[in-house]
Design a protein. Structure first.
Lengths: 231, 231
DNA sequence: AGGCGAATACTCGATTTCGAGTAATCGGGA
DNA sequence: TCCCGATTACTCGAAATCGAGTATTCGCCT
């Protein structure tokens, strides 16, 4: 997949908006907000204008007129070109048909879980779970309101997907917290012990790994087999 | 939550690595790769060096020595400072305890689903599902290999989380494809009809919304109630 | 009538991000 | 031994990103 000339997701939304009808950038931003697309695609004024001019430079859109109302700033209206339409279709094909790795904040945090004591982690996970629960409730309420308004689900599938992700995250946070608390997550006993030793002896956590036998004894035999580059 | 001075997730990983022991940037990058953390946190050389120097500028890390081996480039070894340790803990607390919205590629694509004909979307979703299935199988295999190596699950929870997300995405893609195919997703009948009309009459899709009654008749009464700013 | 907060429409430049490029050394095979 | 590809370690400048700031006008309330 050759890299896109203009890669920002907002550029995709701009092409999508302009494929309906010509608009000026600010109008695009209002429409995205009115339709709630700004929840799915990060909208930022700075990026919006630079992205539009990048699309212009590459011939995906073109300025069709510049209006002036009294002393107000000019509004430059852009229209999508044929090559812009092609780019949009290619991009949408890719977005739907080809999974691309997204980096999530939680994943980054989980990668350093052992840096905190188990009980601290359990607390934090439970806090997260509570907030998630609330966010999920709000999303569900929004969906019900849309149902009442008779707007067909087709127009908010992206929000249903968000809901699935949030639900999966909640389930994971809950399960992980429970497993740590019950010492069911393999390695937790060792983790707990390590933090106790550090607290008792007042040593630096790094010390533990320099002479594991001394601190942990034979109980955690697997430590010997762990390749040195894996923590 | 006041904005972080250095916000890149890679900076978080740098602080996490240096809280184990002093290292030079390239060594950090190798360790992150060896431990597979680069799958959870995007690693890029350009960013690595600029992020380290930003951390240095703000006093979170400091250069402790500069080694030179023959003619090879200098290696500047950095150590974490007390304020860096505090920043790392605060950051980890936030990453685990507070859900932050991540933007996913698929969500952006779903927001423009009606731009393609229903059958095209079903095809793409099924293609995605196949790729996802494969990725999931690979992840599961990796986890089994880690089990065999006796590395406790504690050290790869982030990968288990990834697996949950991928699984949720697969389930969603499959269900959505099925619902569209069976006309169970509300709005699909209208969507299908719209694409047929466009194909038959050779008109621009935007036309449909200018005079819906003319094209769709009374069958899709809800169209009248939809606020004009919502597509 | 006129005051003021919200909405309109965009600009600007300081950071950040990126990844290809460079240049040296190591190590294993012919 | 000497060649070559992999590894080590980092640099550089172009491009993207951001969000606070500006200036005007609308419209509602008193």
């Amino acid at each position: 997949m050759a890299k896109r000339k203009v890669g920002n997701a907002l550029a995709f939304a701009v092409l999508g908006s302009l494929s309906e009808r010509p608009m000026h950038p600010y109008e695009i931003s209002t429409m995205l907000k009115a339709r709630g697309k700004d929840v799915s695609i990060k909208l930022n004024y700075g990026s919006l204008y630079s992205v539009v001019s990048a699309l212009d430079k590459h011939g995906y859109v073109e300025a069709v007129e510049t209006l002036r109302d009294g002393n107000r700033p000019e509004r430059t209206v852009y229209a999508i070109t044929d090559s812009g339409r092609a780019e949009f279709e290619d991009w949408l094909t890719e977005l739907i048909g080809t999974p691309e790795k997204d980096f999530s904040q939680l994943e980054a945090g989980l990668a350093y879980l052992p840096a905190f004591a188990p009980d601290r982690v359990v607390e934090l996970l439970e806090k997260r779970a509570k907030v998630l629960e609330q966010q999920i409730a709000e999303l569900v309420a929004t969906h019900e309101a849309l149902q009442v308004q008779q707007l067909p689900r087709l127009f908010w599938v992206e929000s249903e997907f968000r809901l699935e992700l949030l639900t999966a995250e909640l389930k994971f946070a809950r399960r992980l917290a429970a497993e740590i608390q019950a010492d069911e997550l393999e390695g937790t006993a060792f983790w707990r012990k390590g933090f106790e030793i550090v607290a008792e002896r007042g040593i630096n956590p790094g010390e533990l790994f320099k002479d594991p036998l001394k601190y942990f004894g034979e109980e955690f035999a697997w430590l010997q087999h762990v390749p040195p580059e894996a923590k």
